[in-house]
Structure formats: C-alpha cells, structure tokens
Design a protein around this ligand. Structure first.
Ligand code: NDP
Length: 323
C-alpha cells in the first residue's frame, strides 16, 4: 500500500482525502512510477470541483516525475531505474502510481525531479501555445493574462526569447514585478485598471495579434476588444469560471476575429508530438532560456492547502507537492 490524495465526491478542497491505496503490478504497456515530485495545476481544481468530469473515486493530479520501479509486458522504452516525467495522465497525487508507458518521457540528467514536476504540464502547454497555436516571433504583440502564474512566468520568458512584445495582466503589484523580472514587456493590474484601455494605449490603438486567455468568464468578452482585426483569441482556461455560450457573430463585429479553444491533450496525442514538445521544452530549460520558478512546495498530504492557495490567487510560478 502507498498513500495518495483521493476524492470520493466533487467539491471544494476539503473533499481531498489522504488515504492508503493499492497500486498493483503494471499491466501490458504500463509502468509503475515511484514519484519524487508532483505538479499542481489549475486543471486539478477542475477535476476536483467537477467542472471537468472524472470517474469517482479518483486520485487527481496530472503531472509528476520519478523513477520506474516495475515494467509491464510489451514496454520497450523503459526499464527499472529510468527517470521519467509526464503531464496529462490523471492519477498523479500519489507516492507511487501505474501509468501508460507511452505517456512517460525520459528525463534528461540535467533536470531534477522537482523542476520536471513543475514544468511538464505548464511548459508543454506554453510550447504549443507559442509555437503552434499561434507562431509567436519578432514583431508579435501578445496579451497574456495571469502573467505571474505557472503558465504565465514560463510564457513570459519563452515569448520574450522568441522576440515578442508581451502585455501581461496580474492582480497585484508584487505579481507585476515578478512578471517583469521574467520578461514581460508591459504589465497591467486588471484588478485596479481597465485592461482594454491599457492595451489600446500601449499599442497606440492598434490592438494585439493574439490574446492568451486562461481566465475565462471574467475576461470575456473584453479580451476580444484587445485584438487587431483578424486577431486570434486563444481561450485555454477557466480560472474565474467558464465562458458562457455566445453568439458567434460577435467575432465578425469585433473585426473578423479567429477563436480557438485548445488543449494539451490534442497537441500531444501522438507519441511523436509528445516527444517533440517535451524535447523542445528540455532544450530551452537546459539552455537557461526558460527558468522554472517553484515558489511553493507542500508535502503531498497537504494538497488541500495547495489548492486553497492556488484558487485563492496566493501562488506565483509553479506549485509542487513532495511525497
Ligand atoms: P496559475 O498559476 O496561472 O493560477 C491561476 C491564476 O489565474 C491566478 O494566480 C490568478 O492570477 C488568475 N486568476 C484570475 N482570476 C481568477 C479567479 N477568479 N480565481 C483564481 N485565479 C484567478 O495556474 P496554471 O498555470 O496552472 O494554469 C493557468 C491557466 O491555464 C488555467 O486556467 C488552466 O486551466 C489553463 N491551462 C490550460 C491548458 C490547456 O491545454 N488548455 C493546460 C494547462 C493550463 P492573478 O491573481 O494575477 O489574476
């Protein structure tokens, strides 16, 4: 038996319970991973609350790093003792777990477990957002909400490296400072200031090429008003709640806008895409272009507190649980 954080019903952080669970031996195509660090992501709160459905009871958590301790039949890529990391395979908040070997990525020697657990989900998301959903480059002007969050600090550094001008939004002055230190060109406090007005001033009325919106309800439809004609609205999260159904002609009225609602699942569905994404992330982190900021670690058994802090907007950068 090992310990895990499990939910038996959807609800607030208090539904997460520290329990003994049976892990078992890996089946065909699976490995058993002894986890050394586990990432906390906003999506974990959606799985817990029920915004995104999971079969109950469930061990939530979608990201971790550790060593392979057993290998199932037909697994050729991993052997006992290999170091691996993953994102997007639910069952993460556990000391040990089984997982499909084709979702695990070998960890380079220069990346430690804590860094890996902090960056796989957020870093691979930033990679597809900046390199695939919209090809950010010199000349790109982008709006990035929650610029001091986990996704935010990685995106600021990576987009700056690609040559973009980044307008970031944050809710406190402390977060504004942090975003700037990580490469954000302009920062707007969207709690105290009108961010549409701020974007218009900074861009001299032109608007931005792309908006990366992970806030959802509270920033809709204002995010659309920040775009140039033909600009792209990337709605990729719901930190304030989901965007309600809307009349699509709003995109015409605001300048023939494009809209997409992407997810890491699609962008890494094929193993070759997962590896290409992870390798590019390992490369930028290995070269020091992107530094992974872990400002908050908690013992795994204190996942309840980690969720309270994340949802209470108390965290910056990435959040990690240690088994
Ligand atoms: P963050 O560290 O960015 O935390 C969320 C941040 O959102 C907060 O720190 C806060 O920053 C901001 N926020 C704004 N309004 C609210 C609110 N009402 N309640 C809580 N927070 C609010 O989290 P992650 O980096 O883990 O994830 C960021 C977003 O990206 C999430 O929406 C997540 O779902 C999404 N995501 C999407 C993926 C995809 O593939 N589609 C993959 C990974 C993440 P501030 O105080 O500055 O406003």
């Amino acid at each position: 038996m090992v310990h895990a954080i499990r939910i038996h019903q959807n609800g607030g952080p208090e539904v997460m319970k520290w329990e003994s669970v049976e892990v078992g031996e890996p089946g065909p195509g699976q490995v058993r991973l002894k986890q050394h660090a586990i990432g906390v992501n906003y999506i974990d709160t959606y799985h817990r609350s029920g915004l995104y459905k999971v079969a109950l009871p469930a061990v939530i958590g979608s990201e971790g790093a550790g060593e392979v301790v057993a290998v199932g039949a037909g697994v050729a890529d991993f052997k006992v003792g290999d170091r691996g990391a993953y994102a997007g395979a639910i069952g993460g908040y556990a000391e040990e777990r089984l997982m499909p070997a084709d979702r695990l990525v070998k960890l380079p020697a220069n990346i430690d477990y804590k860094t890996a657990a902090a960056m796989m989900l957020q870093g691979m998301t930033v990679r597809y957002l900046l390199r695939q959903t919209y090809k950010v480059g010199p000349g790109t002007i982008m709006l990035l909400h929650a610029a001091a969050g986990g996704i935010g600090l990685i995106a600021c550094q990576w987009a700056r490296h690609l040559g973009a001008t980044i307008i970031g939004t944050v809710s406190t002055e402390e977060k504004a400072k942090l975003a700037k230190e990580h490469g954000c060109t302009h920062v707007i406090n969207y709690k105290t200031d009108d961010f549409v007005k701020g974007v218009k001033e900074i861009t001299k009325g032109q608007g931005v090429d792309v908006v990366y919106d992970s806030i959802g309800k509270d920033t809709f439809p204002a995010s659309l008003d920040c775009l140039k004609p033909f600009g792209l609205w990337v709605s990729f999260g719901n930190a304030s709640g989901p965007v309600s159904a809307f009349d699509i002609t709003i995109l015409a009225g605001k300048g023939s806008l494009y809209a997409t609602r992407p997810t890491l699942v699609t962008y890494t569905a094929r193993r070759e895409d997962l590896l290409a994404n992870a390798n590019e992330l390992f490369d930028v982190v290995g070269k020091g272009i992107v530094k992974i900021t872990v400002n908050h670690t908690y013992p795994l058994k204190d996942a309840v507190q980690a969720h309270r802090d994340l949802e209470g907007r108390k965290t910056t950068g990435s959040v990690v649980l240690l088994p």
